[in-house]
Write a protein that binds this ligand. Sequence first.
Ligand SMILES: *[C@@H]1O[C@H](CO)[C@@H](O)[C@H](O)[C@H]1NC(C)=O
Length: 397
Amino acid sequence: MATTKFLLSLLLLVQLAATAYSIGVNYGTLGDNLPPPAKVADFIKTQTNIDAVKIFDTNPDIIKAFANTNISLTITIPNGDIPKLIKLRTAPRWVVDHVKPFYPASKIKYIAMGNEVLHWGDDALKSNLVPAMKTLHNALVREGIKDVKVSTPHSLGIMLSSDPPSMGRFRPEVIPILTQMLRFCRQTKSPFMVNPYPYFGWSPEKESYALFRPNNGAHDKFTGKFYTNMFDGLMDAVYSAAKAIGFGDVNLIAAETGWPSACEFPVCSVQNAVDYNGHLIKHIESGRGTPLMPNRKFETYIFALFNENQKPGPAAEKNFGLFKPDMTPVYNAGVMRNQQGGATPGPTMQIPTRPSTPAGPTTPAAPKRGKKGKPAGPAKSTTPATPATPASGGKKP
Ligand SMILES: *[C@@H]1O[C@H](CO)[C@@H](O)[C@H](O)[C@H]1NC(C)=O
């Protein structure tokens, strides 16, 4: 009896340890030198602690490759396919074609209805977004699939303000859509996905705050909360914005975040990337949550799994990967299995030794959104972002 009890509590402990956190990664495929999906799935399962993978399409080879790995998947419906999914007949067909052949062997957990539609989509696409999410959800339920949730990631371009975090608010023009969406999320117990990139909020003064290095922090005078890193600040800004329109209870997911290890500016470096991602992973593992969401765990998906040599745009675009295409680490961010001591970010008490003079012609302002929702590298001017292409770091340029 005592032994059974002991074994039970041991089992519980093991389970707690196993479910303490979830490290996800975005598996983008814009490279002509990437390994085949089966190799990637095997590598992630056997060599890393990554237990969740997000892809930017519904590639059946990738979905199949993750069958029986127990790695959860987020698959993404291309933005252009959204309008046809509002049709009552198309959505069930879509489920039959893209989910049923793979599920549940492939642990599809979320279906993203497009990517950053409110940032990149035209008005027609934006207005189709929530109806398409509802139609797809209903189609899933009708097929008896109840634990695949429908969501959609947002760039922080949806934010009117993010600083201080408690004053985080959505842009007025997206509030009607976000209200419907958050109501849908609440009703279907689906998460609200955002892509917080402290990289976009980088400035020489904010570097340590953005990279989880020792810094003076930021005090939110409205709540008395103290922030030691920009990631928490951005997540709390989103939380505050959702709460301000009545949805503080909806779970958040950081669907994309990361830092490039190389580009033509000093903001990108292996040291910066390892500091950001390494400390981020430790932060997530700690289960601490954020100042406004203490002990609330949100799944976090690092961008990205691989450096992708065919990503359009500036060099930074191609260098967000944790791994090179040959699956060797670009740096040790703490995702490898069986490594001692987890992440090995740089010494946290040290002043960065890199020259602080930026390589750009002027002091780079916060990096701005580039094409496809990825960083365009530090802006060369300090022109404030227009509402159409807002800087999404949450700090004003
Ligand atoms: C699969 O992963 C879940 C967490 O996502 C975990 O609770 C469960 O124990 C895992 N199952 C196996 C067979 O490893």
